[in-house]
Write a protein that binds this ligand. Structure first.
Ligand SMILES: Cc1cc2nc3c(=O)[nH]c(=O)nc-3n(C[C@H](O)[C@H](O)[C@H](O)COP(=O)(O)OP(=O)(O)OC[C@H]3O[C@@H](n4cnc5c(N)ncnc54)[C@H](O)[C@@H]3O)c2cc1C
Ligand SMILES: NC(=O)c1ccc[n+]([C@@H]2O[C@H](COP(=O)([O-])OP(=O)(O)OC[C@H]3O[C@@H](n4cnc5c(N)ncnc54)[C@H](OP(=O)(O)O)[C@@H]3O)[C@@H](O)[C@H]2O)c1
Length: 435
């Protein structure tokens, strides 16, 4: 062990909303209980940013701004969205708008404002590339966390505990695995910067395909229409049609913080069934108002006698090839297998995200981890002799429900993780003093 490298009680991978909410919780514990837990979060982006390449002009939040980083736990906290509005002199005008759903740009600005209060506990511009066990007398006493800056400089730090909240990685359909490096094939996670780069290098695209039928696909389809007037855009997806997300009030209760206990207590098979039944609250679905705008656009084109855009349901991409004149997709009907080829100047994969820390950042300690499902307090199960606790946020839908990847439970989850950490430390300290 390199004794000169710093040792922390807690290191965090990522500084998105999940670990930002945890930073607030830890600061509260320090202020209110005097609990000191030296910690640092490592974030690969150069500064705080919330899905920056999807800050599409006109896009709004999908949950109430009352479900910010802290309000549902402590509405009197200085880190509420309301206090952000107040601090920026916009509270009254926000109220006049009669909405709980601010733009994504405004919520990003709120998150950045909170994050600035925590600059001292985040190292930006560092990607965690490896987590390794430190073995002393056959026990793992700590974790060695290696990060790399964009200049290729590597840094090692040690952690008594780790919290992983790295979000999702772009899901790339198999048919695109060979062409994913082509600048004409863009995942929605990189949309805004990639489409700008493409335009700069190759000029405005005239024929564009968007794959997928979720919120990202619909937002991007509409943005492409506004951005490249005259372009012919196809929206290609496997399902029957664009379906609205169910955000009705009774159903919305599945995202309430209290619901986590209800779901966690159920047998695994029931939890899996639950995820399936409520998929349409979050995945492969679109906000109804956006569906209506998209439909109206297609109708207006029909009235005008031009129909440059097409919505192509029940279609899968069976083949992809690229040439100088475009990326050619072989589109196959999922009903009768009929195939058709079309060439595009750009293809946007709005195909969602995968979440698997075991094959990613935790692969170096995988042998010590005995299962992929966390306990109620988000701790991964580990072999005897492995002393650090590894907390996982955002990859626990199977145990904690659909709210796990969203903002809804952050105030409660961050308190639970913090309290679990403090309880473990208190137990260690009392064990040491008894010995
Ligand atoms: C376009 C879009 C809009 C959304 N809108 C909503 C919404 O309105 N409401 C809602 O509830 N949810 C929404 N979501 C869901 C979203 O997952 C949550 O809002 C939220 O971002 C989850 O926070 P997180 O911190 O867990 O993950 P993320 O926000 O993804 O943050 C993870 C962070 O970890 C960093 N990171 C990853 N790997 C490493 C590494 N190896 N080393 C260092 N840093 C790393 C990333 O750079 C990132 O900053 C949206 C998702 C998307 C994609
Ligand atoms: N304004 C906002 O707040 C906003 C904006 C964008 C996204 N979001 C959030 O971000 C999260 C992700 O949304 P998303 O739209 O990016 O992803 P998503 O909801 O997971 O949708 C992914 C889409 O890609 C399709 N797909 C996946 N794999 C495919 C494959 N191999 N071949 C063809 N199609 C494939 C899926 O089709 P199938 O259904 O056929 O599998 C689905 O239509 C959600 O929580 C969403 O609410 C929020």
């Amino acid at each position: 062990m390199n004794r000169s490298a710093p040792v922390y009680d807690l290191l965090g991978v990522g500084f998105g909303p999940s670990n930002l909410a945890l930073a607030i919780s830890l600061a509260e514990a320090s202020e209110q209980q005097g609990a000191q837990l030296p910690h640092l979060f490592l974030e690969r982006q150069p500064d705080f940013a919330w899905h920056p390449d999807m800050l599409i002009p006109g896009s709004d939040m999908q949950i109430s701004c009352l479900k910010d980083l802290v309000s549902l736990r402590d509405p009197t906290s200085r880190y509420t969205f309301m206090n952000y509005l107040h601090a920026h002199g916009r509270l009254a005008r926000f109220a006049n708008r009669k909405t709980f759903f601010p733009s994504r740009a405004e919520f990003d600005d709120y998150l950045r404002w909170v994050a600035r209060h925590f600059d001292d506990v985040c190292a930006y511009g560092e990607t965690v590339i490896r987590v390794e066990p430190v073995v002393e007398q056959q026990a793992v006493t700590m974790l060695r966390v290696t990060s790399e800056t964009c200049a290729g400089i590597r840094k090692a730090r040690y952690a008594r505990n780790l919290v992983v909240a790295g979000g999702g990685e772009p899901a790339i359909p198999d048919a695109f695995s060979d062409v994913a490096v082509d600048d004409r094939v863009i995942h929605s996670a990189n949309y805004l910067s990639a489409i700008d780069r493409l335009q700069e290098r190759r000029g405005a695209p005239r024929r564009i395909a968007v794959i997928g039928s979720g919120q990202s696909a619909a937002e991007i389809f509409m943005d492409l229409h506004a951005r490249f007037p005259g372009a012919r855009n196809d929206l290609i997806f496997r399902s029957h049609g664009l379906s609205p997300s169910d955000d009705s009030p009774f159903v919305n209760e599945i995202f309430d913080p209290d619901f986590t206990d209800t779901l966690y207590a159920r047998p695994r098979a029931e939890r899996l069934k639950f995820l399936q039944v409520f998929q349409d609250t979050n995945y492969g679905v679109v906000d109804l108002e956006l569906i209506e705008r998209l439909y109206a656009l297609l109708y207006e084109q029909e009235v005008a006698g031009v129909s440059p855009h097409r919505v192509l349901p029940l279609s899968e991409v069976a083949g992809v090839s690229r040439g100088n004149d475009g990326v050619t997709l072989t589109r196959r009907s999922v009903i009768d297998g009929a195939a058709e080829e079309t060439s595009y100047d750009a293809v946007v994969l709005a195909t969602g995200y995968t979440r698997n820390d075991m094959t990613g950042v935790l692969s170096g300690v995988r042998d010590w981890i005995t299962g992929e499902e966390v306990d109620r307090y988000y701790r991964l199960p580990c072999r005897a002799g492995f002393r650090p606790t590894i907390f996982q946020q955002g990859a626990n839908e199977i145990t904690h429900g659909l709210s796990d990847t969203l903002l809804s439970v952050l105030p409660q989850r961050s308190r639970e993780i913090r309290d679990a950490l403090l309880a473990e430390r208190a137990a260690e300290t009392s064990g040491e003093s008894a010995a």
